[in-house]
Design a protein around this ligand. Structure first.
Ligand SMILES: [Zn+2]
Ligand SMILES: [Zn+2]
Length: 96
């Protein structure tokens, strides 16, 4: 129920970032880290995030709106994150 409400809150707030479920799937497959990759039209804020790394478990922790990418940047951000793990092929993940 809590998760449903978080999704609803995100919709109301206009934040639509569907990456959380996919990131949790990747984590279950053994992926451990992610790194920010700025998009072609990145703003100065997104440029600052470029190259920053998180543990995947931290990236999806304590989310306010179940929107792990948008919560660190902004709505309609076109950046992605590169998800990696030992023995895993890097996976590029967008918010949409
Ligand atoms: Zn931006
Ligand atoms: Zn961005």
């Amino acid at each position: 129920m809590a998760r449903f409400n978080a999704k609803l809150a995100a919709k109301i707030a206009g934040i639509q970032d569907d990456s959380e479920g996919y990131l949790r799937d990747l984590m279950a497959q053994g992926y451990t880290f992610c790194q920010w990759a700025k998009g072609p039209t990145a703003c100065s804020h997104c440029v600052m995030l470029h190259g920053r790394r998180w543990r995947l478990v931290d990236f999806v922790a304590n989310l306010r709106f179940s929107a792990p990418i948008f919560e660190r940047s902004h709505c309609n951000c076109k950046c992605s994150i590169i998800v990696s793990g030992p023995g895993q092929v890097d996976e590029q993940v967008y918010a949409y």
